[in-house]
Design a protein around this ligand. Sequence first.
Ligand code: NAP
Length: 460
Amino acid sequence: MSSLGSEPNPLRVAIIGAGPSGFYAAEALLKSGLTVRVDMFERLPVPFGLVRHGVAPDHPKLKEAIPVYDRIARAPEFRFLGNVTVGRDLPVAELRAAYHAVVFSCGAESDRRLGIPGEDLSGSYTATEFVGWYNGHPDFRDRTFDLDQEVAVIIGQGNVAADVCRILAKTVDELKHTDIAEHALDALAGSRVRDIHVIGRRGPAQAKFTAKELKELGELEDADVLVDPAELVLNPESLAEFEERKGAGAKKNFEILQAFAARARSGRRRRVHFRFLLSPLELQGDRHVERVLLERNRLSGPAFEQSARGTGERVELDAGLVFRSIGYKGTAIEGVPFDARKGIFPTRDGRIVDSTGAVIPGLYASGWIKRGPTGIIGTNRADSVETVASLLADVASLDAGERSGADGLGSLRHGPRVVSYQDWLVIDQAEISRGQRRGKPREKLTRVEEMLAQLTAPQP
Ligand code: NAP
């Protein structure tokens, strides 16, 4: 038998998920020096995952990763198979039989829950739904958000909360030349939201925003930022955190918040309030959220390990709109071990392990489904490189028998319309043309049927 990774017996790898971590895994495989064939499966007909459907429309610089992924996708050894849901259209067992290795780079598609009464009242939404909606994700295309409310609360102080806050606080003029979905722009144009409270359970030194994202909230055209100086009093542990290198980002955030607190209110149309040391206890209302009941916290524990402890003091905040932005979770796929508590596939050095901790040969994971929802887009490159290094180290021990790759997948013969990369380029062009007419970089197609219809329509 020819050695695995040679011209007569290429190393065949399936990657599940066409987001950043999937593309970086493909890149590492293509650069490995072995003869490889990489097939990337994606449940949507369109690639790029969170770069397309997660990155905020007013952050076009973060989408500059797309040309890098495009170059990877054009390699002759690479194949994109969109509109295929692994675990539903295509069983994992069938994939394992057709490939030497399978790398799951399927991200974290679901949300963590607060677990408090009233969480599911109408008017209470996850950041995931809102982000997916304004970014034209087909799953969230038909969601509606009650933007008739004047007071909105965002629970959580990470960069997703910052994105949600900016989109709520910006004017239509600030958004209309971005690739924000048209349905969202129309709805936001009629928004009556005036006050946005961004609430952290810990203190100002523990907010998870990156400084750039926090600063940006102070640069909005028609929104004031408000911080109560009384909430910027730090405990000794937080001050100690600033003295360490790993506390530098938090210190920068704190300085930005101090500058916000020193600003005079300028009477702009909207106001962004940063609130600290408050945990939601309950969302209250008769079917619709009317009020958020919060408990004031104090910090407990040593520097960098401080957690929020309730003091028993209650704070009520009247609000008709709530976004829970407290982090993402991965979802299970049948045939792959899943750690439901952490929302990840359990791994060791990128190798998926079973409940006894034993490595399952040929199964790997990279990105958020491996390490959880942390870091920026570029963090996934090193993560995927680590996983692929493990895979390459295993090549000698993998079953070297020849594999069919995608051509041998019976489920796909009678399954969904598989979308190739060439097909995606057709959809891409259609979106760019639609955008040009509106002075936008693109107007995304937001329904799977609309995307597939482009592939049967006569081309101009
Ligand atoms: P995140 O950074 O982990 O922030 C989650 C926030 O939710 C934290 O403030 C956390 O507080 C809070 N939280 C968690 N559980 C809570 C609970 N039960 N009650 C109240 N608050 C709770 O997550 P994220 O904002 O979803 O972002 C995910 C990743 O994507 C991050 O690495 C982020 O930097 C990245 N991202 C980057 C960009 C960008 O570069 N522009 C944009 C979007 C996202 P604690 O700190 O107390 O846990």
